[in-house]
Write a protein that binds this ligand. Structure first.
Ligand code: HC3
Length: 403
């Protein structure tokens, strides 16, 4: 999208699409309000927004509120729930099930996680739309609450503490699942029959499903980046460069939070899943590498604060190619580094620095992911083109090919 087109009032095709998406969003908001006040009303099912395509809709049949699999299998439900405000969420917590039997285990999980959810309602929004929502033009320059920190190096402990607060809060506010909730569920694993039923899914079905979840996780990471002090003050090109280069690495770090190192399982669609569950994706070497990395990270017993800083430093990496204002990113990165070291010093955890996975290891997994994606695209060109969410395509499929 040409940024000048926005600036000078011309209406490009993309911009028209953005506007249309906005109108659609408002319509959906109205419909959601209807669901909140009338959760089992006749319109409730019509508002389901499949995350990707009719194919996915087939994979996730529309079900009723009391069906156990509903939340676990549908991205659109995540997106719907996530877009509610806190007030609305409270309403949902106390009202929708009142006319029903006791909540099922799945709905319990749904309720349990809800307080952590943030706005991810444009499940089809691209990176640019995410960074600069049309209705909120001031996002780029004014809204960064960390902007009081000057560009100079931070030195005082007060400033370091502010920076720590910023990174930790950004992380807390943008994690799909709370650590304590993940802990509670960590022994809830899929049965052998359930594993087999995942294994029987076709390759394309499983890819669509995983890509949908991965994209949702990435939406949260974009939100995390936006809340990092100084990020929104970078020029738009550099924001996109940093996100494109860093999101997958941060996803891997975040994955370790949702990983149980004792039985090698990862939280997936409501339960902990062994790597065999992903068999039909046809990329076991990639999944093995991801699981191995999680093992190494889990062995470090990283705190949420530490995970937050590792993530922010990955995102604000001045070494990424194609940065226009590398220096500005360098300053931010240095500040992060000071604050991280300060945090580690105060918690006597400096020793973890030498044990963190090497950059190359993360990069290697990202390359493997790209390779597997390319193989999949060759096998199923239509699916990658038509059914993958725009954000995923924007990040992992280069521009001319996405057209
Ligand atoms: C299981 C998963 C990786 C982990 C993803 C996590 C648990 C990461 C932390 C986020 O906060 C929440 C989250 C959401 C989705 C989870 C992913 C779904 C699929 C992926 C597998 C390892 C398969 C990856 C396959 C492929 C080829 C698309 O990358």
């Amino acid at each position: 999208m040409s940024r000048n087109a926005v600036k000078f009032g011309r209406m490009s095709k993309k911009q028209r699409e953005i506007l249309q998406a906005e109108v659609q969003k408002h319509r959906l908001k109205e419909q959601r309000t209807e669901i909140l006040t009338n959760p089992r009303g006749s319109n409730a099912q019509d508002t389901e927004q499949p995350c990707t395509s009719p194919r996915l809709a087939e994979a996730y049949p529309v079900q009723t509120w009391s069906n156990q699999n509903r939340w676990e299998s549908s991205c659109s439900v995540h997106a719907n729930l996530a877009s509610k405000t806190h007030l609305q969420k409270d309403n949902v917590l106390h009202q929708p099930h009142s006319s029903e039997k006791l909540p099922t285990e799945a709905t319990f999980r749904k309720i349990y996680f809800r307080d952590q959810q943030i706005q991810v309602e444009h499940s089809r929004a691209t990176m640019f739309q995410r960074l600069y929502p049309v209705h909120n033009p001031e996002t780029y320059s004014n809204l960064n609450y960390g902007s009081s920190i000057t560009p100079e190096m931070v030195v005082s402990s007060t400033e370091l503490n502010l920076l720590i607060q910023n990174v930790v809060l950004a992380h807390q506010e943008t994690c799909r699942y709370r650590q304590d909730n993940l802990q509670v569920l960590r022994w809830e694993t899929y049965s052998q029959e359930e594993v087999q039923s995942f294994q029987q899914k076709s390759m394309d079905q499983m890819w669509e499903r995983c890509v949908c979840h991965v994209t949702e996780a990435i939406q949260y990471i974009v939100e995390f980046a936006k809340r990092l002090s100084g990020f929104m003050e970078l020029n738009p090109n550099d924001q996109i460069v940093l996100l494109k280069a860093g999101v997958m690495e941060v996803l891997l770090i975040r994955m370790s939070r949702a990983f149980n190192g004792y039985n090698s399982t990862v939280f997936f669609e409501g339960k902990y899943a062994p790597l065999e569950i992903f068999q039909s994706l046809g990329c076991s070497d990639l999944i093995v590498s991801m699981f191995d990395l999680c093992h190494s990270l889990c062995a470090l017993n990283l705190s949420e604060h530490e995970i937050a800083f590792i993530s922010s430093m990955i995102l604000l990496d001045p070494g990424r190619p194609w940065l226009q204002d590398k220096q500005k990113v360098e300053v931010l990165h240095k500040k992060q580094e000071y604050a991280f070291r300060y945090l580690l010093r105060t918690s006597h955890r400096e020793s973890i620095l030498s044990k963190l996975p090497q950059k190359g290891r993360l990069l290697n997994i990202c390359h493997m992911h790209m390779e597997k994606l390319n193989v999949f695209r060759q096998m199923y060109p239509g699916i990658a083109c038509e059914s993958f969410p725009p954000l995923y395509k924007e990040l992992f499929i280069s521009e001319p090919e996405t057209l």
